[in-house]
Design a protein around this ligand. Sequence first.
Ligand SMILES: Nc1nc2c(c(=O)[nH]1)N[C@@H](CN(C=O)c1ccc(C(=O)N[C@@H](CCC(=O)O)C(=O)O)cc1)CN2
Length: 294
Amino acid sequence: MAEILDGLKVSKEIKAEIKVEVEKILESKKRAPHLVAILVGNNGASKAYVNSKVKDCEEVGFRSTLVKFPSTVSESELLEKIDELNKSKSVDGFIVQLPLPDQIDQEKIILAIDPRKDVDGFHPENFGKMALEMDTFLPATPFGILTLLERYNIETKGKDCVIIGRSKIVGRPMSILMGRKDFPGNSTVTLTHSYTKDIEEYTKKADIVITALGDPHFLKGEMIKEGAVVVDVGITRVDDDSPKGYYLAGDVDFDSCAAKASWITPVPGGVGPMTRAMLMKNTIIAYKTSVYND
Ligand SMILES: Nc1nc2c(c(=O)[nH]1)N[C@@H](CN(C=O)c1ccc(C(=O)N[C@@H](CCC(=O)O)C(=O)O)cc1)CN2
């Protein structure tokens, strides 16, 4: 039976560490780090994620600002706000919550963000630095997974790692990071996707399987090998008759995989809270490296 990679517990530890750092900053009479989150539209999940980011800021002692736009916002209005945030001396980092409505070109928006304030690590300059093993902001979800593996001393060196899903914010950066030379990396990585002929052929041989495809209960126990490490990034809201009206489903069929795996992340309480904690980590890095704070 697998042991749990408890993202909720580790995220609390990381936020407590950041809080201590902020207390020291405030003791030295400096201003608190400041994160701005831009939310476009009324998507329930996006609203919940952004609100939880604001709550995390309060918890660690950051200043936070939530900027809301209606779903009808134009690209130029959004670009104007980004320009203002890029120039602001009091803003250390900001994020634009994804996904964005169809009339907005997501690439244009990401390119407009000053890479020094890109605490999501989505800007091509930061993505390139990540691939070249240079210091930069790592995208929060992959950064969270690496940190979780590191804190549980999961060996990645020389292991076969299979990633399912090649999204720009999770699967693709994760595939680069797991193959990097620094710990936890040095894995032999296979990035599988919707055109992979037989995903099971790869997952059955993998020491580490990371699922990020958004397909509830996709990975079944019979698709993994005994002792595999299983990391579930998928969080899908599935309608049900509960008071909430939905339950959260991961990409992993938890019971059948937990019966065979050595370590497994739960949903909720696994990768999600780690994503939030790593955004706080990136924000304090942005604060410390800001040209406006000496
Ligand atoms: N600008 C960004 N947009 C999006 C990102 C991102 O990193 N930057 N990632 C995802 C969503 N995401 C962060 O924004 C995110 C997803 C899940 C969680 C989380 O805490 N999940 C909980 C369950 C929460 C719930 O009840 O719904 C868990 O897994 O335990 C936090 C953040 C897409 N957009």
